[in-house]
Design a protein around this ligand. Sequence first.
Ligand code: IFM
Length: 442
Amino acid sequence: MKLRRADFPTDFMFGAATAAYQIEGHSFGGAGPTHWDTFSATPGNVVGAENGAIACDHYHRMDADLDLLSDAGMDAYRFSTSWARVLPDGRGTPNQDGLDFYDRLVDGCMARGLKPFQTLYHWEMPSALADLGGWTNPDVADWMADYAEVITRRIGDRVHSIATLNEPWCVSYLSHFLGHHAPGLRDIRATARAMHHVNKAHGRTMTRLRDMGQDTCGIVLNFEATQAASDISADRRAAATQDATHNRWFIEAIAKGHYPAEALDGLEPHLPANWQDDMAEISQPIDFLGVNYYTRGLVQAVENAPWPATAPVGGPLDKTQMGWEIYPQGLQDTLIRMAKDYVGTLPMFVTENGMAWPETDGHADDARTGFIDSHLQAMHAAIGQGVNLQGFFYWSLLDNYEWAFGYEKRFGLVHVDFDTLDRTPKSSYHALKTAIARQDPA
Ligand code: IFM
């Protein structure tokens, strides 16, 4: 890799990220059912109808996994706590085994000098709350704040930071409009409500965390480099619409207290009554912004179609195993845009960036090393242009459950054999370890 730790600011943190349902093994330790258990059990939703019941068995292998992070010389670990592991029915009586597990996880991080970056919601809605409408129910904001309080009482004294949600666009639009993720809806009213209620839940949870005296609280949003497939005005309008729903809806609500007009064009009739009353709580200050970035999105207009009247277009760039174009310039542009248009000098972290790549003999994955290298250069360039970027988390530490794609798409720095659950660091793990090694003082 071209860049080394010494090329980044002194306190810049390098880490890796995971999420609870994707690695823990949800069948262990008294966790309650989630909407991903039922979505994956419904034929046609998930490749091979695979689920997170065993996943990487991180529940029983946590120490070895934390060793992988510290052995690589990482500074921080981004993980999520599972709502349904903490509160199996979503509300009510906590699961002591679940609380104990996260207590051990945070202690395990501290013992290894890893800063724990917690995310409260990384996609597994407890089934009992999904039965009540999940993200379409306005009460979800209070349910989430209550859950945040329970887990924060247990580990809030030791976590380095708390993100309320991971990728609200996926939680709402991808899951309620495009139907790709649980709960698998394709309904504009449900979408508009979910898109507003995730923001409301963020705001309500921030209020609760502040009441509890927590600092270093923020949110993790996912961005794509949205571009028109051609220069014709209809395609440029399509790109503006997609940019509004994908890239602007959440950050604009949080940083400015309003929604973009291009998104309201289609969604406003379906928003809950008096949604404007929630915007003040949604737009309260955050302490950091997490940026997840993977690819660009080329988009074209679709004639005579209902809003948003857009369609994705395949691009010519090299692609990952997901079929996503590799476009590091988009990460640099996104970081600069966030700083310039929304958050100024607020600390930012690249909380996810990585590539899926097929299993290879001997776990040689030079393509992944090149991907990391090019995206580190994009981050470095953004810092050079004044962006207050304070860290980078590779997605993901381990090959894991890639949601609707099951276990086929491999994002890990560390290979997981899903028969034996053996872990083997890939060549990208070793390359990153070398790049971030601390130099001995001369
Ligand atoms: O695996 C996901 C993760 O859960 C959220 N961000 C994108 C990753 C890759 O698709």
